[in-house]
Ligand binder design. Structure first.
Ligand SMILES: [Zn+2]
Length: 326
């Protein structure tokens, strides 16, 4: 990879598309966002992402724009006069992603013309370089693992994304384990978690107790309030016992899921991110209490890590996956 060659990371979410440029070490050079034209189909979404990438490349060439990070301005100075070129593209998107063929296999109802869409082919018409496609939670976990030292890359790691829902991903044998149907690691809808209704329509799933929407729903049922998880976190810190009970329950349910993965896969570590995990001071003690309460015979101690997940996590993980194609 030449020094002037860049990695393009694209995060296609339900509400916004984020496009980021990275150097070969995954330092963020430039980023921009726009609303996702989810109702207009795959071509419109990819065209939007490509237009944003063109803007970022022009900004980097000019060396001065709001989209550039400090590293981006330094990169522009160091590479002045050389055109910035993209060496590989990574896309992270919600839904089932056939990473082998670069096709979105299934997507939520808010997307039109996205399921079945070959995003790789569309992107290569714009820029003919290798394109990696990843499910967004897989991309999140890749972002956590990509720049770790070699010995840590051999760990078996469960990634948990506690956002609106609960997403999961598995890192085994030095890379993401995707499964033949590309849905491996999706742990949000395993049963055995109380009996409350889940977002999927069934009852008793992990997501209903540990996902942001589930926690807010339980809070509303208990108090009539419409606070989000951040506000419910503040209430727990100020001593509200009903709020504290919800955080305990969320941490306890995560610990149960961890025990299942420990038994099944001999995992070394769990990396937890997403908006709910931003209240790590409340969640972590509850998870550790649960881990102690559900000992797994013969299993080793599992490390519990709070993810380093900024706004660009999915784009960064997708770019890291693209880097492997070079
Ligand atoms: Zn469910």
């Amino acid at each position: 990879m030449m020094t002037s060659s860049l990695l393009l990371g694209i995060d296609i979410g339900g509400t916004k598309i984020m496009v980021c440029l990275y150097d070969a070490d995954l330092a963020l050079l430039a980023s921009t966002c726009a609303p996702t034209p989810a109702s207009e189909g795959g071509d419109a979404m990819i065209a939007s992402a490509c237009a944003m990438a063109d803007t970022l490349l022009a900004d980097l060439g000019a060396g001065q724009a709001d989209t550039l990070t400090e590293a981006g301005r330094a990169w522009a100075t160091a590479n002045a006069g050389e055109p910035a070129t993209i060496a590989a593209i990574g896309v992270g998107a919600a839904g089932l992603i056939d990473s082998e063929h670069g096709v979105v296999t299934a997507a939520s109802d808010s997307f039109h013309g996205w399921a079945g869409y070959n995003a790789r082919t569309a992107l290569q018409r714009w820029c003919d370089v290798p394109v990696a496609m990843e499910n967004d939670v897989n991309a999140f976990l890749i972002a956590q693992m990509a720049n770790r030292p070699q010995d840590e890359q051999r760990r078996s790691v469960l990634g948990l994304m506690l956002g609106t829902g609960v997403g999961g991903a598995m890192w085994l044998n030095g890379g993401i384990f995707r499964g033949t149907g590309y849905s491996a690691g999706e742990i949000g809808h395993i049963p055995g978690f109380d009996d409350v209704p889940c977002t999927c329509g069934a009852r008793g799933h992990l997501e209903a107790l540990a996902g942001g929407r589930g926690i807010a729903r339980l809070w509303h049922e208990a108090t009539g309030g419409d606070e989000d998880t951040r506000a419910i976190g503040d209430l727990a810190r100020s001593g509200d016992e009903r709020a504290q009970a919800l955080w305990s329950q969320a941490g306890d349910s995560v610990a149960k899921a961890v025990a299942i993965c420990q038994s099944l896969l001999d995992i070394d570590e769990v990396v937890i991110g997403g908006s709910v995990a931003k209240s790590w001071d409340l969640l972590e003690p509850a998870i550790r209490r649960g881990i102690a309460a559900y000992p797994v015979p013969i299993a080793r101690e599992v490390a519990i890590t709070h993810a380093d997940d900024g706004d660009d996590t999915v784009a960064r993980g997708a770019a890291a996956s693209a880097r492997l194609l070079l």
